[in-house]
Write a protein that binds this ligand. Structure first.
Ligand code: GDP
Ligand code: MG
Length: 163
């Protein structure tokens, strides 16, 4: 497979909402790499003349903070391995959390292109808050609202340059 976009990030940032927006058809594939990597959803999407597969990561086990962090770490490592492009989603209404920083640390070692996606930028006032995410050291911050679709076209324009 090629042209694979993986969406990673801590719970509730809006990964599945973006996944649903980017994919028209959803393959009911749920890979079971191990206990902590359930619920990886694969969908197919297209933008201009490019077709791609989107992976929505999630399905984290509950448990201690350590287990939780390890689960997310594993998701991110698998995403880096499988994907051609990684979307690192964060939530502008929350800002930078410790877990975001942990994920960023893993992603900085990735040889694959990583796009920082600041989600829930539903209005222009929130646009001004996206600057905090430059602290990840992962380059440009792409502001989107997965709910309204604002910014997602501009993001895809950049992403498909890697396909
Ligand atoms: P996930 O856990 O990362 O997959 O996050 P979800 O896609 O399940 O979304 C978590 C919550 O954030 C849901 O209540 C969504 O409706 C909400 N949400 C997702 N995207 C946006 C957005 O762009 N703006 C706002 N205001 N809410 C959003
Ligand atoms: Mg989800």
């Amino acid at each position: 497979m090629s042209n694979i976009i993986a969406i990673v990030g801590r719970p509730n940032v809006g990964k599945s909402t973006l996944f649903n927006r980017l994919t028209e058809s959803r393959k009911a594939i749920v890979d079971d790499f191990s206990g902590v990597t359930r619920d990886r959803h694969y969908g197919v999407g297209e933008w201009t003349d490019k077709q791609f597969t989107v992976i929505d990561t999630g399905g984290y086990v509950s448990g201690s903070d350590d287990v939780f962090e390890a689960a997310i770490r594993e998701q991110v490592l698998i995403a880096i391995e499988e994907a051609s492009v990684v979307l690192f989603m964060v939530d502008v209404t929350v800002g930078v959390t410790d877990l975001d920083d942990e994920i960023a640390k893993v992603l900085r070692r990735s040889k694959k292109p990583v796009f920082v996606v600041s989600n829930k930028v539903d209005n222009t006032a929130l646009h001004n808050e996206t600057g905090v995410f430059y602290s990840f050291g992962l380059g440009e911050v792409h502001a989107v609202s997965s709910m309204t679709g604002s910014g997602t076209g501009d993001l895809l324009d950049e992403v498909i340059k890697h396909f």
